[in-house]
Write a protein that binds this ligand. Structure first.
Ligand code: IPD
Ligand code: CA
Ligand code: CA
Length: 264
């Protein structure tokens, strides 16, 4: 990255610190798969530990900023303008099953606006970061969303609602059916922050998912925007982390939204 701001440097250092024990714990998960209890509790502990490290590191560097943390919720800071939005372990189900695809996600909000994002995949050692107005990067390489315009060549990511997830009643099956008739492929990779990072990197041409939370998407939104892509909400104006998030390169965005919306 050409010139890293002080905030981005703080975020990157915190992500690396939290990722180190996560990688060690991931190695342990394989051994626990065969135990009767399974790795469930162990993974929850790893998740909480990573969150504590992030909280400690970010507070140390910026003592007045507030937090929105997946596990601990809202922690107001003395500085009412700045807030970290943190998912210590995105892709828990992958982690739990020994699937090497998960990330640490950190975003920075200023007066409610997302201004910086870091998504770190420690297994592939891929660090995605972006700052408003300064572009998006994967390690030291500048990122651009894909240039594909024909949906028939496009690879699209999504999240499949399971069990009692609300998305099942939101017409997901119909969306899948309609898109399947138009695109080159549909992927469910299981880590929303990385799905968005992959849209920024042009690996995926688009992505949609219903019911994501702010910590799943905050950093990824900055990445997609800074890579020249569009992020919107299928249900129209409103909170991006409520409803169905749609992110893609700018060319296919209107058609993607149109296909996903039918019969909503
Ligand atoms: C989940 C992942 C997943 C998405 C879910 C999220 P978690 O986050 O991002 O890809 O489909 O909606 O809850 O629970 O692994 O932090
Ligand atoms: Ca998450
Ligand atoms: Ca999580």
């Amino acid at each position: 990255m050409a010139l890293r701001s002080a905030n981005i440097t703080v975020m990157i250092q915190a992500a690396h610190k939290a990722a180190r024990p996560l990688v060690r714990d991931f190695g342990e998960v394989e051994n626990l798969q065969v135990s009767i209890k399974g790795p469930g509790d162990f993974v929850s502990a790893a998740d909480r530990r990573a969150e504590q490290i992030l909280r400690r590191e970010l507070s140390r560097a910026r003592p007045t900023f507030g937090f929105l943390l997946e596990e601990s919720g809202v922690i107001p800071g003395e500085d009412r303008e700045h807030r970290w939005v943190v998912d210590p372990l995105d892709g828990t189900t992958n982690f739990l099953h020994g699937l090497p695809h998960f990330a640490v996600s950190i975003a920075l909000e200023r007066r409610g606006e997302l201004i910086a994002g870091v998504v770190y995949d420690p297994i592939k050692d891929e660090l995605f970061c972006a700052e408003k107005g300064a572009g998006a990067y994967l390690n030291d390489r500048r990122l651009r969303v894909s240039g594909r315009s024909d949906l028939a060549n496009c690879l699209i990511g999504t999240g499949i609602p399971v069990l009692n997830w609300p998305g099942r009643e939101q017409g997901f099956a119909g969306q899948l059916e309609r898109l399947a008739g138009e695109v080159a492929g549909i992927r469910r990779l299981g880590t929303a922050s990385l799905d968005l990072a992959y849209v920024a990197a042009g690996r995926l041409d688009g992505f949609w998912e219903f019911g994501l939370k702010p910590w799943d998407v905050a950093a990824g939104i900055v990445l997609v925007r800074e890579a020249g892509g569009l992020v919107g909400r299928l249900e129209g104006e409103g909170d991006l982390a409520a409803g169905t998030l749609v992110a893609s390169n700018a060319v296919i965005h209107p058609r993607l939204v149109q296909l996903l919306r039918v019969n909503q």
